[in-house]
Write a protein that binds this ligand. Structure first.
Ligand SMILES: Cc1ncc(C[n+]2csc(CCOP(=O)(O)OP(=O)(O)O)c2C)c(N)n1
Ligand SMILES: [Mg+2]
Length: 580
């Protein structure tokens, strides 16, 4: 059988470990789709309803499975739909092989039907873009794209006109075995000696970890216990460092909770591990900062770093441990753990009091879902307030995962992420925290879940507003405007599509609805009609208490301590009073 460009691509994807390819058919993609068909499911074509969602699913699939995942979009608009989701792949370091099929090669440059310039459009979100204009470039370009995806953990793309996909590869160029595993790198001994010295001299050492700690939880915990350091983390670090970690003290930043912010203020040596946390005002300016990351580009770009080391976090710690004595002074650690417990307890206010009324508190919804979830459940949270509920009320267990569009920050990620996480996670319970805005943005994917009978659990936090932006407006003194939306009954909508669907308006019904959704064997949706003001309103309070509480809550949520921020909050008290 002669090998065509399309048949080679499918073979190469299978060889590289790709199991799922997300996308939508299209004229220019047909030669590839036909080759996928011939694999009889070995390469699973996940027929989605929007290519953007397909790319989000690929991002989650790759993050959960650790394997490269593929997406395909057809010429022009089909491929363009991929863009936002591919940015999410790139920003989440998800190895994704993307095929953007293209108009017939003879028509390129003539403003032909559906013509775009994909080689320009995708440049920024891809590690590599190979533009195939003749089968003579194959398989070299496809291999380079796959290698870029796997080795650089990002998007490797080929742009492929449909007519070329169908052509035979007569003169294969430089076919070589794919390199499938990334090497491990560790810092130099001399640099590790310096780290050991700084940590030994620290009175208040602290660790702050990110996604780079994913494979190194036990190493980080062992290190933290050796030097008695509290461990704060980013959202992607929560996925790795919150569970099974006695020194965990929560997150910092906009969504932060726990004692991390306080520890950042008070620590004298900060060890940043595998994090590119972007919000530099939350990083200390007084402490000595040591940073370890496998990507040198991430060193020192967020804070003034005193000692920067390139290397894998786990490998670095393994080599560092023999250089460190057990520290006996636990004063700073114990102080932070105590502060952390206090703040964590305060956060339970709305969970315990259920808002004191008949409106649904999202905090209670999130905490109820977290408690009912499987020990190895995967959570996907939408950008918006669902990030806050996920950050604060999903109490991670060691085998659980939590993913989101944390670096790219796109809405509408949770449902397609859940679909990809379910497929990549080998059938684990997968729960999406969807905002009503996020859910409706890529709502077609509920049909994907129904059609493929993917038992994702879609928990819609339906506050009929773009809540996160509304809060942002309020905090800086804008009148909330352009934020509210009118929604249908999503439970009824889900049932119409073939899912288990419910709508919950009474706090007493939360638990039962969560249980029924999780126990249902297929896809399920619960439409939680939540309180749109759920950021600033205390359960039971006088006006004075509301004033103080609102300021404190707003401060907690936005983590700002500045007088200016407090002034703007005060100016919004009138607004807050409307809801008591
Ligand atoms: C694609 C996209 N559009 C706009 C934004 C800006 N944005 C961030 S959060 C948000 C509101 C989200 O609303 P919803 O999904 O209802 O969640 P809520 O905050 O109400 O829980 C918006 C508009 C974004 N991040 N991504
Ligand atoms: Mg909303």
């Amino acid at each position: 059988m002669p090998q065509t460009v399309a048949s080679y691509l499918v073979e190469m994807m299978l060889d590289a470990g790709v199991r799922n390819i997300y996308g939508i058919v299209g004229d220019s993609a047909n030669p590839i789709i036909d080759e996928i068909r011939k694999t009889d499911g070995r390469l699973n074509f996940v027929n989605v309803r929007n290519e953007e969602a397909g790319a989000f699913s690929a991002a989650a699939d790759a993050q959960v499975s650790g394997n490269p995942v593929a997406v395909i979009g057809s010429a022009g608009p089909g491929a363009l739909h991929l863009v936002n989701g591919l940015y999410d792949c790139a920003r989440s370091s998800a190895p994704v092989f993307a095929i953007a099929t293209h108009i017939p090669s003879a028509e390129i440059g003539t403003h032909y039907h559906q013509e775009t310039r994909p080689e320009q459009v995708f440049q920024d979100c891809c590690e590599y873009v190979g533009y195939v204009t003749t089968p003579l470039q194959m398989p070299r370009l496809a291999e380079l794209a796959m290698q870029a995806a796997v080795m650089k953990r990002g998007v490797g793309m080929i742009i492929l006109p449909g007519d070329i996909a169908a052509q035979e590869i007569k003169h294969p160029m430089v076919q070589r075995p794919l390199i499938k595993a990334r090497p491990l790198m560790r810092p130099l001994d001399s640099d590790l000696d310096q780290v050991a010295k700084l940590l030994a001299g620290a009175k208040k050492p602290m660790i702050f970890g990110g996604a780079g700690c994913r494979e190194a939880r036990e190493d980080v915990v062992a290190l933290a216990e050796r030097v008695n350091a509290p461990v704060g983390y980013t959202f992607r670090g929560k996925d790795a460092l919150e569970a099974a970690n006695p020194n965990a003290i929560g997150m910092t930043g906009l969504l932060g909770w726990g004692a991390t912010n306080k520890a950042m203020d008070e620590c004298d040596v900060l060890l940043m591990l595998g994090t590119d946390f972007p919000y530099h005002p939350y990083l200390p300016d007084k402490a000595t900062i040591i940073q370890i990351d496998e990507d040198p580009m991430k060193l020192g770009r967020r804070a003034k770093v005193d000692l920067a080391l390139v290397g894998d976090v786990g490998q670095a710690i393994k080599a560092l441990m023999p250089r460190l004595e057990q520290r006996s002074d636990r004063a700073f650690l114990d102080h932070m753990l105590k502060a952390h417990r206090h703040i964590a307890d305060k956060l339970q206010t709305y969970v315990r009091h259920q808002g004191g009324g008949k409106t649904l508190r999202p905090e209670q919804v999130a905490a109820t879902i977290s408690a009912a979830a499987d020990d190895d459940a995967i959570f996907a949270v939408d950008t918006g307030m669902c990030c806050v509920w996920g950050a604060r009320y999903v109490d991670m267990r060691p085998e659980q995962r939590i993913i989101g569009s944390f670096n790219h920050g796109s809405m509408a990620n949770a449902m397609p992420h859940a679909i990809g996480a379910y497929l990549g996670g080998g059938g684990r319970q997968t729960i999406a925290f969807c905002g009503d805005g996020g859910f409706t943005m890529l709502m077609g994917e509920i049909v994907t879940a129904a059609e493929h009978d993917l038992p994702v659990k879609l928990m819609v936090f339906n506050n009929s507003t773009r809540g996160m932006v509304r809060a942002e407006m309020e905090v800086v003194g804008y009148a909330p405007w352009g934020t509210d939306v009118k929604n249908p009954d999503f439970g009824a909508l889900a049932r119409a599509v073939g899912l288990h669907g419910e709508r919950v308006e009474d706090p007493d019904d939360i638990e039962g609805a969560v249980k029924r959704a999780l126990e249902h064997p297929g896809p399920a949706l619960v439409d939680f009609v939540t309180d749109p003001r759920a950021l600033s309103m205390p359960p039971t309070a006088t006006v004075e208490q509301v004033r103080g509480y609102a300021m404190a809550m707003t401060k907690t949520v936005f983590e700002g301590d500045s007088a200016e921020l407090l002034e703007t909050v005060k100016s919004n008290i009138r607004d807050i009073k409307q809801v008591i």
